[in-house]
Unconditional design. Structure first.
Ligand code: NAD
Ligand code: UD1
Length: 340
């Protein structure tokens, strides 16, 4: 049995689908602070299996004690997604972020210790690299001081896991995600930003749907190929599959370190304008845009060297940027039509 915290969220739900499709029994723990219960229906429609669900706050030790006492020794592994992720909000409310993201991790690691759970996968982020001096970044590229409390929670959590692996019967993998985009090909699960989207692709799809008047591109005077920032956009289904491979590595008998870190991206940097052009090419829908000011805290360019994940996890991103963008559009349309 695999416990997935944050399993009704965007990346969690896609990973649960991959786990179920590969024969795992899944138990989701989520407090639904940024997701909805009907995601369970969608997972069931896609996989014909409904995961067990506990509505719990992972930040609450008592609730966790009760749930893990009930699950007993049947838990073999934990994939820990549950976290708050709004960068701007974390700047305004740092303590809420440290409490939720770091507190939850400490609580969940306590359960691994208490119940002898030895396999752990953690959602980290390329945000730990800050603005790197050289791209692509490898896992040994130096981490820089985080730009935000959110980013800092990822750096701190990585360090806590590393320290616990030194003394506990624990083997763990942190996956440093680059920019996850896209949705499941069924159009039944995807990203559901609350309010006005901060991230590029949800803003693009909502503009294409006519919900937003036009996209503002945050600056075109960066030292990049066309002046707009460059990121490594990874399809969420490829990202979900990386979790499966991480789990297999933890289960397998190949020699490994007690704590390992992997970049999960495509290895290919794309500019904001390239993403907009690719969206228009993939969907045939126009996206009106204007050039605005730079956004505070943005870095110029980052993309991954994924050699380590390719080799040790036997994982490689397979889906294209166009696949990801058309799946995002498909999800946006399906979601709006279901909502009426
Ligand atoms: P999401 O908000 O869609 O999913 C997170 C889930 O965790 C939500 O369902 C939320 O209800 C739940 N949650 C939050 N705090 C909780 C708590 N205290 N107890 C129980 N449940 C709680 O976010 P996502 O995009 O799926 O991100 C998943 C993980 O990946 C997060 O750790 C995030 O920081 C990390 N990550 C995301 C991105 C990205 O661009 N989406 C990039 C890098 C890393
Ligand atoms: C942001 C976070 C990062 C987090 C990630 C996933 C910041 C500084 N970074 O990454 O920590 O892990 O989200 O949640 O917030 N853009 C526009 N117009 C828009 C929206 C975005 O031009 O309306 C541009 C941005 O300036 C950036 C690129 O698109 O150059 C990607 O932005 P976004 O999707 O927000 O991701 P990141 O900033 O890379």
């Amino acid at each position: 049995m695999v416990v997935v915290t944050g399993g009704t969220g965007y990346i969690g739900s896609h990973t649960v689908v991959e786990l179920i499709n590969n024969g795992y029994e899944v138990v989701i723990l989520d407090n639904l602070s940024n997701s909805h219960l009907d995601v369970l229906d969608s997972i069931e429609e896609i996989t014909s299996k409904r995961p067990t669900f506990f509505q719990v706050d992972v930040d609450d030790r008592n609730q966790l004690n009760t749930v893990f006492a009930e699950l007993g020794t049947s838990v073999e592994a934990i994939i820990h997604f549950a976290a708050k992720k709004a960068v701007g909000e974390s700047v305004q409310e740092p303590l809420m972020y440290y409490r939720n993201n770091v507190g939850s991790l400490v609580n969940i690691l306590e359960q691994t210790q208490k119940h002898g759970i030895s396999k752990f996968v953690f959602s980290s982020s390329c945000t730990v690299y800050g603005q790197p001096d050289v791209c692509p970044v490898t896992e040994s590229t130096q981490r820089k001081e985080a730009e935000s409390p959110y980013g800092n929670t990822k750096t701190i959590c990585e360090d806590i896991i590393r320290d616990c692996c030194k003394v506990q019967e624990l083997t763990a993998i942190s996956l440093r995600y680059f920019n996850p985009i896209g949705a499941h090909s069924s159009g039944k699960i995807g990203e559901l930003p609350v309010g006005t989207p901060n991230n590029l692709v949800p803003y693009v799809t909502q503009t294409a749907a006519g919900i937003r008047e036009s996209l503002t591109i945050h600056g075109n005077d960066y030292p990049t190929l066309d002046g707009t920032c460059v990121r490594d956009y990874i399809h969420v289904v490829d990202l979900a599959k990386a979790h499966l491979q991480a789990l297999k590595r933890l289960e397998g008998s190949l020699p490994k370190s007690k704590y390992e870190v992997y970049n999960i991206g495509t290895g290919d940097g794309k500019s904001v304008l390239q993403v907009v052009d690719a969206f228009i090419a993939a969907t045939g829908i126009n996206v009106p845009y204007k050039i605005g000011q730079r956004r505070g805290g943005d870095i110029t360019e980052i993309f991954a060297d994924t050699t380590l994940a390719n080799q040790a996890l036997n994982w490689k991103a397979e889906l294209s940027l166009e696949d990801a963008l058309s799946s995002s559009w498909n999800w946006e349309k399906n979601y709006r039509s279901r909502k009426g």
